[in-house]
Design a binder for this molecule. Sequence first.
Ligand SMILES: [Zn+2]
Ligand SMILES: [Zn+2]
Length: 381
Amino acid sequence: MSKRDYYEVLGVSKSDDEKAIKKAYRRLAMKYHPDRNPDDEEAAEKFREATEAYDVLTSSDKRAAYDQYGHAGVDGQAGYGGGGFGGGAGGFGDIFGDVFGDIFGGGGGRQHDPNAPQRGSDLRYRLDLNLEEAVHGTTVSIKVPTLVECDSCDGTGSADNSKPVTCSTCGGHGQVRMQQGFFSVQQTCPSCHGRGSEIKNPCRKCHGEGRVQEQKTLSVKIPPGVDTGDRIRLTGEGEAGANGGPAGDLYVQVSVRQHNIFERDGRDLYCEVPVSFVDAALGGELEVPTLDGRVKLKIPAETQTGKLFRLRGKGVKPVRGGAQGDLLCRVLVETPVNLTERQKELLREFQDSMEDTQGHHSPKKNSWFDSVKKFFEEFKN
Ligand SMILES: [Zn+2]
Ligand SMILES: [Zn+2]
């Protein structure tokens, strides 16, 4: 297959400069790029042809060789032809970054314009609170490691306050083209690390970064009612932005420690209250704790273990509004320990007294024995 003349392919003349060639190529590439012409063999071929022409004519060595010897002067320098330009591998932004950068900019803008303002990263801080702090709200002082604008150079990164100069290695692109045969591959500039500019006399405090790592102390107001998993956003308290971009946000992530008396379930609190079996049997008044101090809880006679008593409004007022929750006290009837001989004697006496009126004193036990009896009867049949 005889190749068309490269100048003809791009529709330029032999005297046109690189800028004109670039422009002509861009026009063709826009038209024939495989991403825009899926499954179109003819377009793919036109694109390959234009790319090949572009590559030769924008390289002064190859262009000279081509001008002198025609295709013979440049063919065989690289294995051109096998795949490479299919939708996938390498493709667009990477290989043709500088050609397409300003056309397809948008999403990839950050990569192509290293000097564009960049928003700082968001930071997250895990804050452990005890239950009282979470329920009542508090103000805490937290230390956050963060990048802040360097105060010795006002963020310029320069020791003598001079403006950064365009990087001489990449000419300000932040990327350099590496020639690999006909392909030119974009790489981050090794001199400026993609910034596109250099600081000749870098600030000694921040080494030219314009930002320094610091511990910053923040006073954070925790509203009453927060719970584990709640986040408090502190706008602009995250990492400082680059190139004049805005700072990120700081998210304070609340984690409430376990309490040794109360357990929280949303707006309700639970606690266990041990009672003597005498109090449980005769009824009485217990003193139970709440987050606001002690309150009296009356329990009726014949209270069974495990019974829940609800104290309305003694729970948590939710941070997102709504009624205050309740405190639920679970009564645990306790078996007495360390009994004296006299106490044991009284209990035996008490036990004997129960025998005369069996069937009236242990509702649960009675119904349980009935169930067991029934179970074995069915078992036998
Ligand atoms: Zn550079
Ligand atoms: Zn500095």
